[in-house]
Design a protein around this ligand. Sequence first.
Ligand SMILES: [Ca+2]
Ligand SMILES: [Ca+2]
Ligand SMILES: [Ca+2]
Ligand SMILES: [Ca+2]
Length: 192
Amino acid sequence: MRGMALTLTLRLALVIGGAYALLAAGPMRSVPIQAESRINLLDPLFTEVGAISGTDDSGNDGYGVAWGDYDNDGDLDLYLANAGSANRLYQNNADGTFSDVGTASGTGSNGDGRGAAWGDYDNDGDLDLYLYLSNSSGGNRLYRNEGDGTFADVGVASGTDDGAYGHGVAWVDYDNDGNLDLYVANFDTANR
Ligand SMILES: [Ca+2]
Ligand SMILES: [Ca+2]
Ligand SMILES: [Ca+2]
Ligand SMILES: [Ca+2]
């Protein structure tokens, strides 16, 4: 339908030289856009797949998430920190679904989780996980990735078991010495 056809004006001229090409103004012509290529603004750009992927965790109070390929198999896995119920470590099954290995991995502690961040703090090639909690659940956790699907909590041993009310955390190598450093933001006490 000519009346509905959108047009696209192209001004394109290509000059190929020995070392470069440039765009310059050229003859104008109208090109009809094919009907099937039109963008229907009513189409959803995202589809909710929480339930079918196994990650909806319905009924729990999720407070924070962190993506990371903790098992180094090339796909992103998902950690979910819950308040008042077990945390989840959703291992990516590479088929659009995830399996919760929180308990099996040792990262599913039932505390008052607020959020988490992945970082390879010990530079052994696998992602480790820092979990921060409210001050009602004791110290925060630093889960060292053992490379076999399990984690060991070294929060106390590493000195990062801050017992304050965590509200945010970030790994960064701020002093460029090759080791990740950790910043913990707290609600009503000093940050670390
Ligand atoms: Ca993975
Ligand atoms: Ca590591
Ligand atoms: Ca490790
Ligand atoms: Ca550092």
